[in-house]
Design a protein around this ligand. Sequence first.
Ligand SMILES: Nc1ncnc2c1ncn2[C@@H]1O[C@H](COP(=O)(O)OP(=O)(O)O)[C@@H](O)[C@H]1O
Ligand SMILES: [Mg+2]
Length: 324
Amino acid sequence: MESAILYKVLLCIAIGLQVLATIYAIRLIRRTKYNAIWILCIVGFVILCAERICQLLVIDGYEISFFLFVALGLIISVCIPIAVIFAFRLVNYIDRMERQRLLFNKRIMTAVLRTEERTRQNFAKEMHDGLGPLLSSAKMTLSALPHEGLSDEQYEILRNTRHVIEEAIRSVREISNNLSPQVLIDFGLAQGIQNFTTRSAALFNIDIKFNTNLRAERFDGDIEVIIYRVICELINNSLKHSGCSTIKVDLQHINHTLHLRYSDNGCGFDPKAMAYYGMGLSNIASRINSLSGEFEIKSHRGEGMTATATISTATENSERHIKL
Ligand SMILES: Nc1ncnc2c1ncn2[C@@H]1O[C@H](COP(=O)(O)OP(=O)(O)O)[C@@H](O)[C@H]1O
Ligand SMILES: [Mg+2]
């Protein structure tokens, strides 16, 4: 008698759970593409409910045909496997969507980077070809001025003006070179990076060691620009934040893959702390991600930092060509 009550309670709990599952399945119908899964699940749960109710009736002494149980069991045996097959297709569909989303994000990122790079180039060109010649001709005109008969004060003003114009010419050249490095465009990665490291080392009086097995190899435009910008940002970060005395940049091209290893001996930081993800570091990560590459930063407070990046240079990996 006691066991009959226990069975009834358990059967009621099972019925309750199946009703709940049916309600969730009904709500899922509107939310996913593969409605057939949820319809089959609803049919399965309703039949399971009916089966439990029949079992309750049997416990209460009602006679229920054995064939009814067989029929209910058969319907469930058909519904559940078909629902699982549809669920498998649903998972595949979700995977496909996720892959497409990632690809789409990558394409957007690549388009943004190309537009950014083109804007920089246009601006650099305007400065170099527009403002540069104007300043040069101002300097030449000044030089053509006769010096005889000038008072000391006038001569000093003339000298200062020429000095200011020369400074302006140098600045225009430097700004336009920072915006769009001519050496990188003309001679490729190794020479472009070498130029930047030499200039930064001299300007900030620190030791920057650049080691590479690259000679004059040229890569896809996107790869060259992105690696160059990544190294510039890493060096700028070390100069700005770390107080380091030495920076090492190692760039190797092995088996169609570029391996970048960068380190400084500065104050270090905790790369996991969210506060450290400024625009610079997250831009690096997105730039490398747009090339399907990998990027990792390791650092501890007081122990400097190391960053590594790997990017494939195999042609099938790139549908990219930044026109430089
Ligand atoms: N080489 C480094 N040494 C020490 N701290 C660093 C270094 N690189 C980055 N950081 C820390 O990470 C933060 C985020 O860097 P970044 O994303 O480039 O943004 P930003 O340079 O604009 O501050 C920096 O503010 C700095 O605190
Ligand atoms: Mg930065």
